[in-house]
Design a protein around this ligand. Structure first.
Ligand code: ZN
Ligand code: ZN
Ligand code: ZN
Ligand code: ZN
Length: 542
């Protein structure tokens, strides 16, 4: 897994450094930032303090997840220090990072990015306005990019500082024993290795951050070449350290303190540092939706509200009008915080991804109960407060390390299951293919059968027609035969009668018998009978 940073609304160009083209990307090519020819490698660290509109933080999940000697597997010599409290000056930050141990000498260039936010939108929060420049009184945070001279320097910085609390560093520096030191948690130093940093000079100030098409307008202003540097598979993480801490390591890929910025936020009344935090801060200890005065940005619904952790958009749940889901899909802002319960839903994976401790806090009405055992030396007097704080800090680091081990194990198991899934998917595909082929063969056979049946039926119809014709001819012939038979009978009867008459005539007078025999009527009748016989025989044959 790799991380990217998009710096939006940069006001001035960063000082040229050797890392340009390797990690840093500017609109209009890198030439204008690259060191001049014949430029000597400077041993001095370049420090730029740059005002920006926003820093967007992206993560792409890929192969090579997991840990290697307490360091992420995929590393670069560019580090992102997600957030530094604005109270901290650059000098104290340098001290914190390890000026004494020479760690900062491995840094080639430092880009300090601070926001200058103006009042935006209908929902305003005073703590979100103004400059968050280093050392300013503003309660916000600034972001630092550390471009190291080599991998070893980056690794050393990461190992020494990732997960350390800024507060404990500051207190041990001033070595003042007081009540403040015994508190646990606080602003925490989160480092990630960066794959690329994309700068964007578009200075367009969003008129209303709640505008749903803001992200698209943003990316349209970004240079075409720059847009391809951050892969489309990468998804945005909150740039706010408190919101990052709300999400489980499975969602962010970042091992964070279970009581870092977030506990500072709750225990010491630190004002919200982002829009989402500001909305969440209005959440009462017990769920009284009617008095919250918040409603969905897209409809008047006040129940089951979800806050987008990337931009602070407020939307109703999927059992209302699902405006939160619409927002997540439209903008690819996958993490949403349920106001009523404090749970976080990942719309991309359809799972809850909040930290367990956050959930506990939500259940207990905002009070954080630390799951860690009390430090062994906590029984001692408050005089040893600094030692106490140090050991608590160590325990926090231990718990983070446990989290990291757990995360790498989970990542490993996930890759295992994903491989199995791929294999099963392949098998499934093959079986499906076989079944499809078999079905096609069956269909072909069925088609052949169908054709044969159709041919047979056609033949049957022809035969039936022939049968009907034959039957009709037969009936006609029978009728004719009947008529002819009748005629014949009557003729035979006639002849018999005539023969009788002739006999009687011959008996009475034998003289003209010969003439009688040659009676023309008789001859004609005989002729007719012969003709009829021929006809009858012809009809019967026919
Ligand atoms: Zn936040
Ligand atoms: Zn909306
Ligand atoms: Zn709605
Ligand atoms: Zn959003």
């Amino acid at each position: 897994m790799v991380f990217y940073v998009l710096v939006a609304g940069l006001q001035a160009r960063p000082t040229p450094s050797d890392s340009v083209g390797v990690f840093e990307h500017l609109p209009g090519g890198e030439a204008n930032l690259a060191p001049l020819p014949g430029h000597e490698k400077e041993q001095k660290t370049v420090v730029d303090v740059l005002e920006v509109r926003a820093t967007k933080f992206f993560r792409a999940v890929g192969a090579g997840a997991g840990l290697e000697d307490a360091l992420p597997m995929q590393r670069t010599s560019a580090l992102l220090l997600l957030a530094v409290p604005s109270e901290l000056t650059l000098e104290s930050l340098q001290t914190f990072l390890g000026a004494d141990s020479g760690l900062v000498e491995g840094i080639e260039a430092v880009r300090v990015l601070y926001r200058h936010s103006r009042r935006t939108g209908a929902f305003s929060c005073p703590s979100l306005e103004g400059k968050c420049a280093p050392g300013s009184g503003n309660s916000g945070f600034y972001t630092v990019i550390l471009l190291c001279r080599d991998q070893a320097a980056a690794d050393a910085l990461y190992k020494a500082n990732h997960g350390r609390l800024f507060t404990s560093g500051r207190e041990s520096q001033s070595s003042s024993a007081g009540k403040a030191e015994s508190r646990s948690g606080g602003a925490c130093c989160y480092l990630t290795f960066l794959e690329a940093i994309v700068y964007d000079f578009s200075s367009a100030e969003p008129s209303d951050q709640m505008q749903p098409n803001l992200a698209r307008a943003d990316s349209d202003e970004t240079d075409e070449n720059l847009r391809n540097i951050i892969p489309s598979t990468a998804y945005e993480l909150p740039s706010c350290p408190v919101c990052i801490e709300r999400i489980d390591v499975s969602g962010t890929g970042m091992v964070t303190h279970s009581h870092g910025w977030i506990s500072d936020d709750v225990q010491n009344g630190r004002p919200p540092t982002c829009r989402a935090c500001a909305v969440i801060a209005t959440r009462p200890a017990t769920d009284r939706p009617a008095k919250r005065g918040l409603s969905c940005t897209c409809c008047p619904k006040e129940e089951d509200l979800w806050v987008c952790l990337i931009c602070g958009h407020l939307g109703c749940g999927r059992y209302q009008d699902a405006h939160a889901k619409d927002h997540a899909t439209d903008r690819r802002h996958r993490f949403c915080f349920q106001l009523a319960t404090g749970r976080i839903w990942d719309y991309e994976c359809d799972v809850f991804v909040h930290r367990r401790l956050v959930q506990q806090a939500a259940a207990s009405g905002g009070r954080y109960e630390l799951a860690l055992p009390a430090p062994a030396i906590s029984g001692e007097a408050a005089a040893s407060g600094s030692k106490d704080a140090a050991s608590t800090d160590e325990q926090h680091l231990l718990s983070m390390e446990l989290d990291a081990i757990l995360a790498s194990q989970l990542d490993y198991q996930r890759s295992l299951y994903e491989a199995q899934l791929t294999e099963l998917h392949q098998q499934h595909g093959e079986i499906l293919e076989g079944l499809k082929a078999a079905r096609e063969a069956e269909e072909l056979r069925a088609q052949n059968w169908q054709a044969e049946i159709e041919a047979a039926e056609k033949h049957k119809k022809v035969l039936e027609k022939q049968l009907v014709t034959a039957q009709r001819t037969l009936t006609e012939a029978q009728e004719q035969l009947g008529f002819v038979k009748e005629l014949n009978q009557s003729l035979v009867a006639n002849r018999r009668d005539m023969a009788k008459g002739k006999k009687g005539y011959a008996e009475s007078s034998s003289g003209p018998a010969k003439e009688v025999a040659e009676d023309p009527l008789l001859l004609r009748l005989r002729e007719q009978v012969t003709k009829l016989r021929e006809k009858v025989s012809a009809a019967t044959d026919g």
